[in-house]
Design a protein. Structure first.
Length: 117
């Protein structure tokens, strides 16, 4: 739960843990019961959050309002467009399995101890 800063005109600054949805709702000072106003006195506590979590939060924030869609990009500028050929040699791989006339399978040159079923 995040910590938010509030200021009382009589008592000064206060920090409270509140739900995100409740951060802007009215609050009363715990000492004098006068209304508190929201303030930004301290920086967000990023140091207590792991680097991986902060990175994930940044990525989620970026993709929440304008997600990157592959259909919106120029195919020549995409990091890996479809059927680019960079991941393979372009040659079709020969089948490693040989099927006999009776349906038995064999793997020439590979695992002679294995029996197919």
């Amino acid at each position: 739960m995040p910590v938010y800063d509030y200021v009382c005109n009589n008592c000064g600054p206060h920090e409270f843990r509140r739900d995100y949805e409740d951060r802007d709702k009215a609050m009363e000072c715990s000492q004098c019961q006068s209304p508190l106003s929201r303030a930004w006195l301290t920086a967000p506590r990023q140091s207590v959050t792991s680097a991986h979590t902060r990175h994930a939060m940044d990525v989620n924030e970026l993709s929440s309002n304008v997600p990157k869609m592959s259909r919106d990009q120029d195919p020549r500028q995409m990091p890996h467009p479809a059927s680019c050929g960079c991941c393979g040699s372009g040659k079709s791989k020969s089948k490693a399995t040989v099927t006999a006339a009776n349906g038995a399978k064999s793997f020439p040159g590979k695992r002679p101890w294995m029996i197919s079923h």
